[in-house]
Design a protein around this ligand. Structure first.
Ligand SMILES: *[C@@H]1O[C@H](CO)[C@@H](O)[C@H](O)[C@H]1NC(C)=O
Ligand SMILES: *[C@@H]1O[C@H](CO)[C@@H](O)[C@H](O)[C@H]1NC(C)=O
Ligand SMILES: *[C@@H]1O[C@H](CO)[C@@H](O)[C@H](O)[C@H]1NC(C)=O
Ligand SMILES: *[C@@H]1O[C@H](CO)[C@@H](O)[C@H](O)[C@H]1NC(C)=O
Ligand SMILES: *[C@@H]1O[C@H](CO)[C@@H](O)[C@H](O)[C@H]1NC(C)=O
Ligand SMILES: *[C@@H]1O[C@H](CO)[C@@H](O)[C@H](O)[C@H]1NC(C)=O
Ligand SMILES: *[C@@H]1O[C@H](CO)[C@@H](O)[C@H](O)[C@H]1NC(C)=O
Ligand SMILES: *[C@@H]1O[C@H](CO)[C@@H](O)[C@H](O)[C@H]1NC(C)=O
Length: 453
């Protein structure tokens, strides 16, 4: 009963926040499950076809017109689900689903002129020349869940994509790709799986065509759990998908070091993320999974059955674990996570910056007071990349925390992406961004919202 009340209160807060255009808790929005269409766990579309492993990464295995999204996603005309071949964290063949959302009409189509105007009110008119299907944004959402039924291809029907500004991106005439990058085991936090599935989702939509121009320009974006997938894709691209040529990647609220994040949020208001992260990560690693399951307490106040309810929880943020010390669920406490079986997995699959260096221009933005992932971790990641020739504009905001920065950064990153698409990064950012621009670190003060967290 208490849990039901918490959920209702959260959902209420969410609607109030939404009605003011403020996406409180945007990094892990409490979503209620839609009642139709079928959840991934019950929909045969989400199953591996025979011989899928023989297909090339990014090959289309199934494609369908998605159940109608127009009632739940403004500015979208039609959407397609694509099941495609990808590669998991152990470099074994797997599959994932992505959804491609088409805009209502591109500015070029509605005006039939080559000189479009940016319709977001950002003031960046005439920076782009639109034609239908010219720009593709792969937007990774922070679904932050070990429950497959919270994959965005399904939660879109509960309105999930509106919080991230997807209708505004569609309104710019962009085609939007939203991959279920955690794959069929909902492997939240597994960096290699998330990066591979993101890259292959882009390959799959390019393979599908679906109105995209032959010379379509494409970029990636994500915040928090979404930036986890975008960042891993950016660092893995040079080795895994060398033929892809992204015009840029925007990374907000980065979480470069999973251990550090865990230490920061344990016992606090975002501790719900921890069981999701542990269960998501070990879903890729059978030995680590067996070990964790053997270490959960069978009974008592903090027990295995509560911990494992995460796998079917109706929300990634239902407050069950908030304020709790997650160490209490383990027979041997926090030392469970420093066991070599777990450390090996964290080191290879949950620490950013060791699998490659992004080759495309990067826009990174982060609140200095981020309370989910300390800014020092992002500073270190950026410094590491900058030491080896990456092109990065990194803006550290003196205002707000993790959720506030999502709101404070969303228009900035969209304008940066628009310039990346238009090939005008250098002009638009005074030489501090774009191919060959090198690295610039700026402290900025952007205060669209000022609440601390
Ligand atoms: C472009 O405009 C034409 C004419 O109004 C319309 O029939 C067509 O559906 C539009 N295409 C897209 C992709 O919106
Ligand atoms: C837009 O203009 C081009 C070139 O003039 C023309 O070929 C095309 O049919 C027009 N499209 C629409 C939807 O009017
Ligand atoms: C946009 O282009 C039009 C036509 O070339 C021009 O008249 C207008 O001044 C431009 N607007 C801006 C903001 O540059
Ligand atoms: C839909 O797109 C239009 C521009 O075409 C934009 O003005 C509007 O804000 C967008 N809707 C939402 C909900 O973002
Ligand atoms: C990750 O964070 C943990 C905890 O703060 C720290 O012990 C470890 O050295 C960090 N790893 C890297 C690669 O920075
Ligand atoms: C597990 O924990 C929950 C919540 O504290 C409790 O309601 C339940 O009875 C416990 N189960 C066992 C087997 O101890
Ligand atoms: C752009 O760079 C020039 C030369 O460094 C500087 O004088 C100017 O203030 C910069 N403008 C902005 C908007 O950063
Ligand atoms: C930004 O602020 C930090 C303190 O948070 C300071 O150490 C650093 O020197 C500043 N960087 C720049 C480029 O001004």
């Amino acid at each position: 009963m208490a849990r039901l009340w918490l959920l209702l209160i959260l959902q209420c807060l969410w609607s109030v926040a939404s009605s003011f255009g403020v996406a409180k808790r945007a990094y892990h929005v409490a979503q209620s499950l839609p009642t139709s269409p079928l959840p991934p766990s019950q929909d045969p579309f989400y199953t591996a076809p025979p011989n899928f492993a023989a297909a090339a990464p990014g090959a289309i295995l199934r494609l369908r017109r998605a159940p109608d999204v127009t009632a739940v996603l403004q500015n979208c005309s039609v959407a397609y689900n694509i099941l495609y071949r990808t590669t998991d964290s152990q470099y074994h063949p797997t599959w994932a689903v992505t959804t491609l959302y088409l805009p209502l009409a591109t500015p070029a189509n509605s005006t039939n002129s080559t000189s479009g105007t940016d319709s977001t009110g950002s003031g960046n008119t005439n920076t782009t020349s639109y034609s239908p299907g010219s720009y593709l944004l792969s937007y990774q959402t922070p679904y932050d869940s070990a429950n497959i039924d919270l994959s965005p291809s399904y939660t879109v029907y509960g309105g999930a994509l509106n919080a991230y500004g997807i209708p505004a991106f569609l309104g710019r005439g962009w085609y939007i790709n939203v991959p279920d990058y955690e794959g069929p085991d909902a492997s939240f936090t597994a960096g290699v799986q998330s990066g591979h599935a993101t890259l292959d989702s882009v390959r799959a939509v390019l393979n599908a065509g679906l109105g995209l121009a032959l010379d379509v320009k494409y970029a990636m974006s994500g915040y928090s759990g979404g930036a986890l997938a975008s960042e891993w894709a950016a660092e893995l691209q040079v080795q895994y998908a060398p033929e892809l040529q992204f015009v840029g990647v925007a990374l907000g609220g980065l979480t470069p070091n999973a251990t550090s994040v865990l230490e920061t949020i344990n016992g606090g208001g975002a501790a719900d993320l921890i069981p999701n992260a542990i269960l998501g990560l070990i879903s890729q690693w059978p030995d680590a999974k067996a070990f964790i399951l053997s270490q959960l307490k069978p009974s008592g106040e903090f027990n295995a059955s509560t911990f494992l309810e995460t796998l079917t929880a109706p929300s990634s943020f239902d407050s069950v674990f908030n304020g709790q010390d997650i160490a209490n669920y383990f027979i041997n406490g926090i030392s469970t996570l420093s066991n070599p079986i777990i450390q090996r997995v964290i080191n290879s699959d949950a620490i950013m910056g060791y699998h490659g260096v992004p080759r495309m221009p990067v826009f990174a933005y982060k609140a200095i007071a981020d309370e989910i992932s300390v800014v020092a971790d992002t500073d270190a990641l950026i410094e590491r990349y900058c030491g080896i020739g990456a092109d990065i504009l990194y803006q550290r905001n003196t205002v707000g925390g993790h959720t506030a920065e999502f709101i404070n950064g969303n228009l900035r990153q969209a304008d940066w992406l628009a310039a990346a698409f238009a090939g005008t990064l250098s002009e638009a950012f005074n030489g501090t961004s774009g191919p060959g621009a090198g690295c610039t670190v700026q402290n900025v003060t952007v205060a669209i919202v000022t609440f601390p967290s």
